[in-house]
Design a protein around this ligand. Structure first.
Ligand SMILES: [Fe+2]
Length: 290
C-alpha cells in the first residue's frame, strides 16, 4: 500500500490495497497512521457493498449511533442500520421531490461542517463511498482546520483558546430558513457544547473546531458570536486550506472530523447521487456538557 500526498497541506491518495476484503493488522495500522498524517485519504475503484463498507470501518473502532442526526423516520430509511444515507434519493431509490422536507434538510450538507458536531460526543472519522456520481457538480471540499489554526495571529489564538460554542442542527438548517420543528425534533436537536479550539487525541496538535452547526458562544452576545464564527470560517476555508474532491464512481474517501471541515457543492437534483457513509464514533466530549 502506498500513500501519496496530493495537496500541499493534507490529503493522501492511497493505492495498492483492496479494501473490499478483510484487512491484515499491518494494513489497519498503516491506514491509521495515514489518517494521522494526512487527515483525508482518497481511494479509487473500491466496489464496496454496504456490508463490506461497515466491515472495513469497524477495523478502526465502533460505528456511531446515527439516531438523532436527521429528520428521516425509521420507516422512511432507504439503507440498513449502520449506513448513513447522504444521497438525494428516497426509499424508492428515485430523486426526492424538489419540495421534500428531507431534501431541503439535506441541503445543509452544502454548508461547511464537521460531521456530528451537534452530538455531545462528535464523530471521529467519516467514510464515504460513491455508488452513483451525479453528472453535474457535487464535488466535496475539505478544509484543513489544523493549518487554519496555525495560520491565525497570536491575538486571535489567545481570544479563542477557551471559548465554547453551542452546536445544533437547528442552527445550520435555521441559516437556510428552516425554522419549523416538531417538539420531538426540538428535543432531539437540543444544542450541545464544543470547544472552539480542540487538541487532536493522536497527534496532540491544535485545530479550529468550526461547523455550520455552531450558532452561539457561551458568555458572548449572539451577534458577536456569529460574526466571530463567520470570520473564522472565512479564514479557515481560504483556497490554500482547501482540497476539492471530484468524484468518480467507486471512489472511497475517509476523513478525520476532528481536524477538517467539509461541504458538498451544488449538483443537478434531477439525477441520482448515491453516496453512502459510515461514521466512526468519537472517543469523548470536547468539553463538559451542562
Ligand atoms: Fe458531512
Amino acid at each position: 500500500m502506498q500513500i501519496c500526498q496530493i495537496h500541499p497541506l493534507f490529503v493522501g491518495e492511497v493505492s495498492g490495497i483492496d479494501i473490499t476484503r478483510p484487512l491484515s493488522p499491518p494494513e489497519v495500522a498503516a491506514i491509521e497512521a495515514g489518517m494521522n498524517d494526512h487527515a483525508v485519504l482518497v481511494f479509487h475503484d473500491q466496489k464496496l457493498t454496504d456490508e463490506q463498507q461497515m466491515a472495513f470501518t469497524v477495523n478502526f473502532g465502533p460505528l456511531e449511533d446515527a439516531r438523532g442526526g436527521n429528520i428521516t423516520k425509521p420507516e422512511e430509511r432507504r439503507l440498513g442500520v449502520g449506513m448513513n444515507d447522504v444521497s438525494n434519493l428516497g426509499k424508492d431509490h428515485r430523486p426526492l421531490e424538489r419540495d421534500s422536507r428531507l431534501r431541503l434538510f439535506n441541503l445543509g450538507n452544502m454548508l461547511w461542517h464537521s460531521d456530528s458536531s451537534f452530538r455531545a460526543i462528535p464523530a471521529r472519522w467519516s467514510l464515504l463511498s460513491a455508488r452513483v456520481v451525479n453528472p453535474v457538480g457535487g464535488n466535496t471540499e475539505y478544509a484543513d482546520m489544523r493549518a487554519a489554526y496555525d495560520a491565525l495571529d497570536d491575538a486571535t489564538k489567545k481570544l479563542i483558546e477557551d471559548l465554547v460554542c453551542e452546536h445544533s442542527l437547528m442552527y445550520s438548517r435555521g441559516s437556510l430558513g428552516m425554522l419549523d420543528y416538531s417538539e420531538e425534533e426540538r428535543a432531539m436537536f437540543k444544542p450541545v457544547r464544543q470547544r472552539l479550539v480542540r487538541t487532536h487525541p493522536a497527534t496532540g496538535r491544535k485545530s479550529l473546531y468550526l461547523s455550520s452547526h455552531a450558532g452561539s458562544i457561551v458568555g458572548m452576545p449572539m451577534a458577536d458570536a456569529r460574526i466571530l464564527l463567520r470570520d473564522l470560517t472565512e479564514h479557515a476555508t481560504q483556497p490554500q486550506f482547501v482540497y476539492v474532491h471530484r468524484w468518480r464512481t467507486w471512489d472511497f474517501v475517509m476523513w478525520d472530523n476532528q481536524r477538517t471541515m467539509h461541504r458538498v457543492r451544488r449538483y443537478d437534483d434531477n439525477h441520482p447521487r448515491d453516496m453512502r457513509r459510515t461514521t466512526l464514533a468519537g472517543h469523548a466530549p470536547t468539553v463538559a456538557q451542562v
